[in-house]
Design a protein around this ligand. Structure first.
Ligand SMILES: *Cc1c(COP(=O)(O)O)cnc(C)c1O
Length: 227
């Protein structure tokens, strides 16, 4: 397990996917997915310059962030329960998994109390999988303007988890649909949405070709998860 070697391979593959699609690697940010990985590995990646880390549980992030250097950007990428909003707002620089108006309102309230403006992404279940959280594209159109008016929240874009596949080409339509939805919503808002968080270890190059600005990579960077 050599995180330096893994990281340099990932960075090279990001560069090549950008080259294929006429994009700049500067417009793609690697989020190292830290869930079920020990803090030593996170510290090793941070020493190599990785600044953004994803967690899917508030409690795990709370413990782990204390054992990691200060100044890292933690992203909440898992389903958030309303009773964890206060901790989440305190711990995370971005909440990528807002999947209902109710949750957005709770995050807004927690952010107001914390005196913070919280960057969020709206999670979309593009493929309509029953096992996954996330908005349908229709529901997002209904809630967008209401969420956009919450004073302590800033909508920065969209996030999706594509269906698991060993053939990334199969999920290209999901990524494309998320990009098109972002364009639609930008029109509805009359303002740009900077981020598309899509692509994981098995499909990040396809996601980049379709416009990903945040790629969430766990196993390819840190090895298989322990828990
Ligand atoms: C676990 C997880 C990832 C990372 O998955 P890998 O296949 O290990 O890269 C990315 N996004 C979310 C939301 C996850 O839960």
């Amino acid at each position: 397990m050599d995180i330096a070697e893994n990281l340099s391979q990932i960075q090279e593959r990001i560069k090549q996917a950008c080259a294929r699609s006429g994009r700049s690697p500067r417009d793609v940010t690697l989020v190292g997915v830290a869930k079920n990985q020990p803090p030593e590995k996170i510290r090793a990646a941070a020493d190599l310059g990785v600044r953004h880390f994803g967690e899917n549980r508030v409690q795990e992030a709370k413990i782990k962030s204390q054992e990691c250097p200060a100044g890292l950007d933690w992203h909440m990428i898992g389903h958030l329960q309303s009773n964890k909003c206060r901790d989440a707002v305190h711990l995370f620089e971005m909440i990528e998994s807002i999947d209902s108006r109710h949750l957005a309102e709770n995050v807004n309230r927690a952010a107001e109390r914390e005196g913070k403006t919280m960057p969020i992404l709206l999670q979309v279940n593009v493929a309509g999988e029953a096992s996954k959280f996330g908005y349908t594209p229709e529901q997002i159109r209904e809630d967008l303007l209401i969420i956009n008016q919450l004073p302590a929240i800033e909508i920065h874009g969209l996030m999706t988890i594509a269906p698991y596949t060993t053939t990334p080409e199969r999920v290209r339509p999901c990524f494309k649909r998320l990009r098109e939805l972002k364009t639609d919503l930008e029109q509805q808002l009359g303002a740009p949405l900077p981020h598309l968080s899509m692509g994981m270890s098995g499909d990040f190059e396809t996601a980049i070709e379709e416009g990903a600005t945040l790629v969430r990579i766990g196993t390819l960077l840190f090895g298989s998860r322990s828990g």
